[in-house]
Design a protein around this ligand. Structure first.
Ligand code: FES
Ligand SMILES: [Fe+2]
Length: 398
């Protein structure tokens, strides 16, 4: 059997990954150490946890974290692992609390992670040494990110590089209108690879293909793109593109990017028939008929329409299972039922993600076959190829 190093070296450029990248537990272990635990992962928006004691539990691969608004009003994250004998401490997925009580032997922690009670411990037991372990947390214009490294790369570059487009959509002041978690019976890379290419969109997503123009050839898209660009300024949007190469992502990070693509004529936003679904975001004054893509590192993506933002996060559950978390964000002052309808808002990306689930699982079944052999990428899978090359580089980086 080849070593991981040999496998990486033998990977044919421009071709899909070797089967073992999806089926070998030792490679999955390496991914946990070198990719999952080193990179920032988006876990929602700050508006979800407005009050001290508001919390949610986030499970990623073999880690569980409690994200909580502390007593000082700041967001914090802790490992959901009891300092006594390691039980999960918080079994609820979200809520508001004044303390977290371990269900095993009752050790109690406050919302700042301090151990406040532990029965029958020796007299020299010092509670201050047994607070919950901290998990790195930072925010990016209102979006909450965690990282399972005590020494993560700084998000300052992303904050600076993406400040302008993020301000355009008023990201800091959005609020969560809906969140849904989709379980996918497939390795996490297959889930992200699928998101990175729109070669499949025309065949798999009739609803998406009706309004989005990403799968058009450049010539056809240029006309629509020009039409959108001529409207942008009047709508309060700036025409700009940020390429991965223009950003200052720290070494090893997948990087950041931003671009806006025209929708088909008549479509104002990503909804049934392109009709508005929520109040315009930020300082946007009118619909330009575009949709913006943000790449936020290795696992997190945003799609920003003029009236709502959809956040996608793909994470592993274990080697053969992953999940896609989708966050639908609207203006902070928008009211459900009055300014937007959750079903209308979530329609497009719910239906599209259900279809993606199916194709990803079918992909996974085939990739496990004795007949699977990596095939060549099309000209519409360049971003996926970039992603795979990054994974190979990170796996090789000690
Ligand atoms: S493991 Fe938590 S109190 Fe014992
Ligand atoms: Fe898709």
């Amino acid at each position: 059997m080849n070593s991981v190093e040999e496998l990486i070296a033998n990977q044919k450029p421009g071709f899909a990954l070797d089967q073992r990248f999806y089926t070998d537990p030792s490679i999955y272990e390496l991914e946990i150490e070198r990719i999952i635990a080193r990179n920032w992962i988006m876990v929602g928006h700050q508006s979800e946890l407005p009050e001290p004691g508001d919390f949610k539990v986030v499970n990623i691969a073999n880690e569980s974290a409690i994200v909580v608004r502390g007593s000082d009003g700041e967001l914090k994250a802790f490992a959901n692992v009891c300092r006594h004998r390691g039980s999960l401490v918080c079994l609820e997925s979200e809520g508001n609390t004044r303390k977290f009580t371990c269900p095993y032997h009752g050790w109690m922690y406050d919302i700042d992670g301090n151990l406040t009670a532990a029965r029958s411990m020796p007299s020299d037991f010092d509670k201050s040494e047994y607070g919950l372990n901290k998990v790195s947390l930072d925010t990016l214009h209102g979006l909450v990110f965690i990282c399972f490294s005590d020494n993560p790369a700084s998000l300052d570059d992303a904050r600076r590089d993406l400040a302008e487009p993020m301000a355009m959509f008023g990201l800091e002041n959005l609020e969560l209108a809906a969140h849904k978690s989709y379980h996918i019976d497939a390795n996490w890379k297959l889930s992200i690879e699928n998101y990175q290419e729109c070669y499949h969109c025309a065949t798999a997503h009739p609803e998406y293909a009706q309004m989005h123009t990403l799968m058009l050839d450049d010539k056809k898209r240029d006309r629509l793109q020009g039409h959108m660009e001529s409207k942008m300024e009047g709508c309060g949007l700036r025409s700009m593109e940020i390429d991965f190469a223009d950003t200052h992502a720290p070494a090893g990070e997948f990087g950041y990017a931003y671009s806006r693509t025209a929708l088909f004529e008549g479509y104002l936003t990503g909804s049934k028939e392109g009709k508005p679904v929520a109040p315009l975001l930020g300082d946007i004054k009118d619909y330009d008929g575009g949709a913006s893509d943000f790449n936020l590192g290795a696992f997190s993506f945003l799609l920003a329409y003029s009236d709502h933002v959809v956040g996608y996060v793909f994470t592993p559950v274990d080697m053969n299972n992953s999940k896609c978390d989708i966050y639908w964000l609207v203006r902070g002052d928008a009211e459900a039922g009055k300014d937007y309808d959750v079903d209308e808002l979530t329609w497009l990306w719910d239906i599209t993600t259900e279809a993606d689930k199916t194709i990803i699982v079918n992909n996974s079944i085939g990739v496990h076959s004795r007949y699977y052999k990596p095939g060549p990428f099309s000209g519409m899978e360049d971003l996926e190829q970039r992603y795979i090359e990054w994974i190979l580089r990170e796996l090789a980086r000690p």
